[in-house]
Design a protein around this ligand. Structure first.
Ligand code: 2DT
Length: 209
């Protein structure tokens, strides 16, 4: 039996990540054991601190919250490895790339932002749901949380663009046009996920460099 694949889905707010992750999990589940994970995981003690920050119930230094987001991944990392080894395929809604992009958007240093995540399990594929500012506007307003503002989203879009060009893992990314219909996006994501599933059949799990 081969290991499970680590399939990460990233994107801007209102790109349809939640809907598409659910569809991908449902579709993968017909042929293989599949589990959805989401970061931040707001259920752990660290996650509760993050949740309070995102809802603006507490304030934290930009560097401190960055490290909490990373710690929230590290606390899941052994479980993630064990699940992959057991043959479970994981669909992960946001991962280190959201971590780096949102902190970069606030002006933190790129290398500093990546460092705490070095050594975490590396995705077999990173599927990026790309959506233009105009298209997100057509999907109704942003929510209430701290980062759900136009100017911040603009900076995050730019930070993701930078990240996709990082030579350490540029090969992992597949960009999907999230402005298409839900069904079209689902098909593109399904095809992209196969890339990760094929990799998991032949390669050991890698770590973030
Ligand atoms: P959700 O709306 O998807 O729950 O995300 N974020 C996320 C960071 O700033 N750093 C991270 O490491 C992660 C995983 C993105 C909540 C917000 O948290 C941001 C949006």
């Amino acid at each position: 039996m081969s290991r499970g694949a680590l399939v990460v889905v990233e994107g801007l707010d209102r790109a349809g990540k939640t809907t598409q992750c659910d569809r991908l999990v449902a579709r993968l589940s017909t042929s293989t054991t599949t589990k959805l994970r989401k970061f931040p995981d707001r259920t752990t003690p660290i996650g509760i601190m993050i949740d309070s920050y995102l809802r603006s119930n507490s304030d934290l230094d930009d560097n401190a919250i960055h490290l909490l987001f990373s710690a929230n991944r590290w606390e899941a990392s052994s479980a993630i490895k064990a699940e992959l080894e057991n043959g479970t395929t994981l669909v992960v809604d946001r991962y280190i790339y959201s971590g780096i992009a949102f902190s970069r958007a606030k002006g933190l240093d790129a290398a500093w932002c990546r460092n705490p995540d070095v050594g975490l399990p590396r995705p077999d594929v990173v599927i990026f749901l790309d959506i233009s500012e105009e298209a997100t506007a057509g999907r109704g307003g942003y929510g209430e949380e701290r980062y759900e503002k136009k100017e911040m989203q603009r900076k995050v879009r730019q930070a993701f663009k930078e990240l996709r060009q990082d030579e350490r893992d540029a090969e992992d990314w597949v960009v999907v046009d999230a402005g298409q219909s839900v069904e079209e996006v689902e098909e593109d994501i399904w095809r992209a996920a196969q890339k990760g599933i094929e990799r998991a059949k032949t390669e050991d799990l890698r770590t973030i460099l």
